[in-house]
Design a protein around this ligand. Sequence first.
Ligand code: PMP
Length: 355
Amino acid sequence: MTRQTNGRGRLFDNVLDTIGDTPCIRINNIGPANATIYVKAEAFNPGASVKDRLALNIIEAAEASGELKPGQTVIEATSGNTGIGLAIVCAAKGYPLVVTMAESFSIERRKLMRFLGAKVILTPKEQKAVGMYNKSVELAEKHGWFLARQFETSANADIHESTTAREIMADFDGKQLDYFVTGYGTGGTMVGVSRVLRKERPNTKIILTEPANAALVSSGEVQERTEAGGPAKGHSAWEPHPVQGWTPDFIPLVLQEALDNQSYDELLKVAGPEGIVWSKKLAQQEGIFTGISGGATFAVAMKVAESAPKGSIILCMLPDTGERYLSTPLFEGIGADMDAGELELMQSTPGCQLG
Ligand code: PMP
């Protein structure tokens, strides 16, 4: 019988009300034999990433506190997804947006933000995330703009506590959930979800992951901070890694709560290229389209499954869409022209051949 859909049963007042309530989807073809993995696919948000949630809450919290005035310019340092989320929120609410971003992040991120009406100020890749962060502070002070401060604001983890975590609680209500796996950029997802799981699902093991060559938390080296909680300097354990959106070259203040409270049961490292391998497998064998951080988180979920008791249920965060990586190593080898196999197929019938 033809499938039927029935609408969402409501009309939406604006695009911002469509943020959240992303689906947890079972993995059927590439999952482990002894366990079941579900993925929480954040690409279903209107800006196609988990950061729509935080963008909305930063702006609404600042509106409520009076810190953000009508029409005031918003500025933020971002690896892209927060900027895209903020661009959507600012467009819908009428705030100009300026973003500072290291030149190393993908071109499509810049273009998307500009398309959504934001100004994007690029910073030198040699100065890493601390450089783009410092530039955002400098510009905010000079021009009297509202600085979103995703790495320090309580609005970040709070929105994951009140949305991401609540969605997981509701979707797994009365069901088994043995492991929750996530990486960190700001740490908002990790901290917000763990606040709720620790209290309401204490038997769910929380697995935190970070790039093998930028294992800041694993290193044990404490992050030096400014008075405002920002990084006083870059962390010495950091090296450039391909997992865009994960692990800047400092330990964010937001993540620090999880470290101080021991909010995770295990900390696992993953090599960046593994993220690329698993992102491709998710796309080609499950039809689930996610970026490199999603692939890396999934790689860790597969590792967790290896030593998990038989019949375990694992939930894995997939933070964004693979479409954000067309110009990056994720799409290396995916050509625009026909390859030999495609040419052979074209020639296998006489009609409509490209010369
Ligand atoms: N993956 C991607 C692609 C991201 O953009 C981000 C956020 N920077 C994350 C993962 C991590 O999310 P969080 O900031 O909540 O730790």
